[in-house]
Design a protein around this ligand. Structure first.
Ligand SMILES: O=C(O)C1=C[C@@H](OP(=O)(O)O)[C@@H](O)[C@H](O)C1
Ligand SMILES: C=C(OP(=O)(O)O)C(=O)O
Length: 444
């Protein structure tokens, strides 16, 4: 998707500043994807508010439109879906282009394995290099027929018309995408499909299935579904994305004289590792006005400047903060002492190799950052200016933007177009809250 754009964006940041303000970050990306998927398969009309109008969630929305689902919006975060029922999707006329979005591809792969028609899933260069065997292999044991490249990557050809049967699968990787993929395939499988994760991961699929009236089975560490039940349309209020809030949370921690209040942020306990890690580092974060909205816990977060200390990050928190490590590395660079991350090899197979790309950029900015196979060792220090690359990875672009708050010189960040996948409004919100950020367009 980003590759079709003829302009390449560079973020140019002036150093220093403080963060101030009270605002709401855009809707949760994981919840937005799932609201389109389950709303499309439900009986009746689903109304969504707070939907993330970012390219990733829009790719999921476009895929369901291409399969015959009538979806209106998004209009200021409002989407209406006329659900077609579990068997109502139609064969798309072309390939489903999922752009930069791993969540779309892995979840759809499971859902489409149970359909009566064939489909082809494609993506951009980054998505086409991400590992898909983690979903195609367990799906094959359920009876699915899926062709990938020899390297186990997209494009994926999903052959419909197979009869799926339930499995019990002990997942080798802690991945909500794998878990969700198998549960979605399980909706179409004979019998029960059970999965067990090596460590808890985000549980939005399970919560939302229950919100749509689909029974979810639990037994110790196992979670499962029985095929053949139906989904009833419901209204969904998507909370603010804690993964987007994380940039402002870290920004307010590291910048002097800062205070932000982030309203209506999703604080599902399977997503709040970033708050736990920052609190261990000494951050001043107050969780206010806790409430529950449509099956997901939500709160307002007040964050003030603080003196962060380096820590050894507990491995159990890694899956609960998996998308927040780029900005947590920036927090570690600004902390006193050493921060050690282990058990996070998954960071190497995200939109970029987030260990390598962040270590390179932090070193350019004068920080002693040592990448390891499954993490990083960062000695806090003084950030200087410099030109860093995001390699088309949205979270890296936004993480280095926040580093400018503590840098001694300008920071230029290349290849920032994909910030629009998860947080299209980031430059404006960042500028309004105090960051010296300018977006420069140049021909690719
Ligand atoms: O299920 C989801 O919505 C997601 C799961 C995570 O991926 P993995 O399951 O690959 O860890 C996360 O990194 C991604 O941004 C969204
Ligand atoms: C890893 C991410 O997303 P996805 O896997 O959906 O591309 C992310 O948003 O950080």
């Amino acid at each position: 998707m980003s590759e079709k754009k003829s302009q390449s964006q560079t973020f140019r940041l002036t150093p220093g500043g403080r963060l101030r303000g009270r605002f709401r970050v855009p809707g949760d990306k994981s919840v937005s994807h799932r609201s389109i998927m389950l709303g499309s398969l439900a009986e009746g009309e689903t109304r969504i508010s707070g939907f993330l109008e970012g390219a990733d969630a829009l790719a999921t929305l476009a895929a369901f439109r291409a399969m015959g689902v009538k979806i209106s919006g998004p209009d200021a975060g409002r989407v209406r879906i006329e659900g077609v029922g579990m068997r109502g999707l139609q064969a798309p006329t072309g390939a489903l282009d999922l752009g930069n979005s791993g969540t779309s591809m892995r979840l759809l792969c499971g859902l489409l394995a149970g359909q009566s028609f064939d489909s082809i899933l494609t993506g951009d260069t980054s998505l086409s290099s991400r590992p898909m065997r983690r979903v195609t292999e367990p799906l094959a044991t359920m009876g699915a027929l899926i062709h990938a490249t020899e390297a186990g990557t997209a494009p994926l050809l999903v052959h419909g018309g197979q009869s799926l049967h339930g499995i019990r699968y002990d997942m080798p990787v802690a991945s909500a995408q794998v878990k969700s993929c198998l549960l979605l395939a399980g909706l179409y499988a004979a019998g029960e499909t059970w999965v067990r994760e090596p460590a808890p991961t985000r549980d939005h699929t399970e919560r939302m299935l229950e919100g749509f009236g689909y029974p979810v089975l639990r037994d110790g560490g196992w979670v499962g579904v029985e095929g053949g039940h139906g989904l009833q349309a419901t209204d969904i209020d998507v909370p603010g994305d804690i993964s987007s809030a994380a940039f402002f949370i870290v920004g307010a921690c590291i910048a002097e004289d800062s205070e932000v209040i982030l309203e209506h942020v999703g604080i599902n306990p399977t997503r709040t590792g970033v708050l736990d890690i920052l609190s261990l580092m000494g951050a001043d974060i107050e969780i206010r006005n806790r409430r529950e909205v449509g099956g997901e816990p939500v709160a307002d977060l007040r964050v003030k400047s603080s003196h962060l200390r380096g820590i050894r990050i507990p491995e159990r928190l890694v899956p609960l903060a998996i998308d927040e490590f780029p900005v947590l590395f920036v927090a570690a660079a600004c902390a006193s002492g050493t921060t050690i991350l282990t058990g996070a090899e998954e960071l190497r197979v995200k939109e970029s190799d987030r260990i390598a790309v962040m270590a390179d950029g932090l070193r350019t900015l004068g920080i002693d950052a040592e990448p390891t196979p499954d993490g990083m060792v960062i000695n806090g220090g003084r950030l200087q200016g410099g030109a860093v690359q995001s390699l088309g990875d949205h979270r890296i672009a936004m993480a280095f933007s926040m580093a400018a708050l503590r840098a001694s010189g300008d920071i230029d960040i290349g290849d920032c177009n994909n910030v629009s996948t998860s947080f299209p409004d980031f430059p404006r919100l960042a500028r309004e809250s105090g960051l010296g950020i300018h977006v420069e367009q140049s021909p690719e």
